[in-house]
Design a protein around this ligand. Structure first.
Ligand code: F6R
Length: 613
């Protein structure tokens, strides 16, 4: 869970690298470093702390090299420190490496290298890589121009685990070698310069032409050409992919934080997700899916598997799939699913949701499902990401780059996309009243305008955040689909405000959790499902009686019920209400975090892309 950047071209590399790292800081931010090829050899400047601290390192302004690699770290092996920061060099200072991923067999490799006279200066798993490269390089008696590539390839064949690496060498000042396995890496290309990065947004301002690496591919990157090899070092052809994201989408555009910008982007991002999938009077269209009526009639279970917020999006769409298609749906956490021997066969359809498309547990669960004969659909936001390459089918959310660690716009896009997918299935199966489906589609088309309305009316949210930000615990309650929103709202609050919070199904309260309610505690109720509102109101009355202060988000008339704060949101179809009801709660978490003076976009201990299990 680190970010890596590389540059090879005609300009000074260091400012480009630092700028790229700043855009990747959401992937990790406890230490950073940079190596360039200078006249004297390979430079290596690094320290613990944020990327911006690199500007203060002695010698940073003296770097002249036009080839370089850089890294922002989220510590796994070894605490954040200068020694543990990347880049790591081999003992002879010939090779410098940055690495994202985890080398699972690093202690064996370390022992092997120590037995061969290598000394280690850090506690990291990564430091074995440059030394292994040196080991193979020095053993190779063939001095042709592929010697560097061969050494990297041999070293990588010894690695167990995941890696995306960039390697430079003082002996080969015109080339950089990069490779990946189970960790993301892309190359942005132009005629005279090449940019390497863990993800697209960090280098989107330089080019829209990208090569997307697959696992076990090795690349020689020169300033004016890129040569791809497979694991056996045979040359392969790799097409360029044009990524038509707007570069400004990866900038803050005048907002104080990416998270705020991304919350306010939601009318547009939901519109993009709907795209041409719903057209008035026509059946839903998914260009990339080919699921026949025969196939859909044959499946007896849909699993939706994901982590964190993406899993909550799955929960929010379970009701839609079940009611519209009559197929039972189970939503599972990827890290649980992959180890619990789930009952899967060719009659199971498994849908995986991942904003980044790189979440290690989700990818592993996907591979497991395929191995057991299930059909798989990936729902992702990142074009060409790992999950999209593993699944039988991919559908994209098209929400644009999400930079803030806390997911907001990806969630609403995931929910709307899954709901449209459920309609699509129902239309193929003929399993639901067509008039009701038409109404639901019309309601979905109205969502962007309704999200705008929610965003215009958030004074209560700001005011309340201002009053409660010093509290230690908060509780979120809801029933049915509102409970799924409570789970997501609670996650949002804890991850960026560090306030302890929990979400409960409102009816479950008196089976234990109500013991936690005491005078003055804040309870947030989500009341949007007409059929369940009265029930939830009764549960909330129970907490009021015990002294709780209440904040209610509702699209029903719930005024005059003794609630302290009520925020009315536009009414909509119950299936899609999470897309509106979550928005004030994303803002609630955001303003509490701001009031506490915290770093909203980069909360402590968290990284955007969880590429380790
Ligand atoms: C929370 C959050 C995480 C992610 C989770 C899965 O705000 O962002 O819970 O949802 O790590 O990430 P993806 O969707 O990239 O697989």
């Amino acid at each position: 869970m680190c970010g890596i950047v590389g540059y090879i071209g005609t300009k000074k590399a260091s400012p480009i690298l630092i700028n790229g790292l700043l855009k990747l800081e959401y992937r990790g931010y406890d230490s950073a470093g940079i190596s360039t090829i200078e006249k004297y050899g390979v430079s290596n400047l690094k320290n613990k702390g944020r990327v911006a601290n690199l500007y203060d390192l002695e010698g940073i302004n003296d770097l002249e090299g036009t080839v370089g690699i850089a890294h922002t770290r989220w510590a796994t092996h070894g605490k954040p420190s200068k020694e543990n920061s990347h880049p790591h060099l081999d003992n002879s200072n010939t090779f410098a490496v940055v690495h994202n991923g985890i080398i699972e067999n690093y202690s064996d490799l370390r022992k092997f290298l120590s037995d061969n006279g290598y000394i280690f200066l850090s506690q990291t798993d990564t430091e074995v890589i440059p030394n292994l490269i040196h080991y193979y390089f020095s053993k190779d008696t063939n001095n042709d121009n592929k010697k560097f590539l061969r050494a990297v390839n041999s070293a990588c064949k010894d690695l167990k685990g995941s890696f995306a690496i960039e390697v430079i060498s003082k002996l080969y000042p015109d080339v950089m070698i990069v490779a990946r396995k189970d960790s993301p890496l892309v190359i942005g290309t132009t005629e005279t310069e090449n940019y390497i990065s863990s993800d697209i947004p960090a280098i989107l301002s330089f080019t829209k032409n990208f090569y997307l690496l697959n696992d076990n591919e090795f690349v020689e990157v020169y300033k004016d050409k890129v040569v791809f090899y497979d694991n056996d070092l045979s040359i392969i052809n790799k097409p360029i992919k044009n990524i038509d994201w707007d570069a400004s989408a990866a900038e803050k555009d005048g907002y104080e934080d990416f998270m705020l910008k991304e919350i306010y982007e939601q009318p547009n991002t939901v519109r993009e997700t709907i795209g041409s999938r719903i057209k008035k009077g026509e059946k839903c269209a998914f260009d990339d899916l080919e699921l026949s009526k025969e196939y859909l009639s044959s499946i007896n279970k849909i699993y939706i598997v994901a982590c964190g917020t993406a899993m909550h999006a799955g929960l929010a769409s379970k009701k839609t799939f079940e009611e519209l298609t009559n197929i039972p749906v189970e939503v599972d956490i990827a890290s649980e699913f992959r180890y619990r021997n789930p009952l899967i066969n060719s009659k199971t359809l498994v849908i995986f949701i991942s904003q980044s498309g790189e979440t290690a547990d989700t990818i592993a669960a996907l591979k497991l499902s395929r191995s057991k004969g299930a059909k798989t659909i990936a729902v992702s936001n990142v074009i060409g990401s790992s999950i999209t390459r593993e699944a039988d089918y991919t559908i994209y959310t098209h929400a644009g780059p999400e930079i803030a660690v806390a997911s907001t716009k990806a969630y609403t896009s995931q929910v709307v996309l899954l709901d449209i997918l459920a309609i699509h299935f129902a239309e193929i199966l003929g399993s639901y009243d067509t008039k009701l489906l038409e109404n639901l589609k019309n309601d979905i088309l109205e969502l962007p305008t309704k999200i705008d309305k929610v965003l215009e009316n958030i004074d209560i949210v700001k005011d309340l955040a201002n009053k409660v930000y010093t509290e230690k615990d908060m509780y979120f309650l809801g029933r049915g689909i509102d409970y799924t929103v409570a789970l997501e709202a609670s996650l949002k609050l804890k991850e960026i405000s560090y306030i302890h919070s929990d979400a409960y199904a409102a009816g479950e309260l008196k089976h234990g959790p109500i013991a936690l309610i005491e005078n003055g505690v804040t309870v947030i109720g989500i009341l949007t499902d007409k059929n369940l509102v009265e029930k939830s109101i009764s549960n909330i009355q129970e907490v009021i009686t015990r002294g709780a202060k209440t904040f209610i988000i509702s699209n029903q008339d719930v005024n005059n019920k003794n609630f302290d704060y009520v925020l009315n949101i536009p009414d909509t179809n119950a299936f899609i209400s999470p897309i509106l009801s979550i928005i004030p709660l994303q803002l609630f978490a955001y303003y509490i975090s701001k009031n506490k003076g915290l770093d909203v976009d980069k909360p402590r201990n968290l990284a955007k892309s969880v590429t380790v299990e």
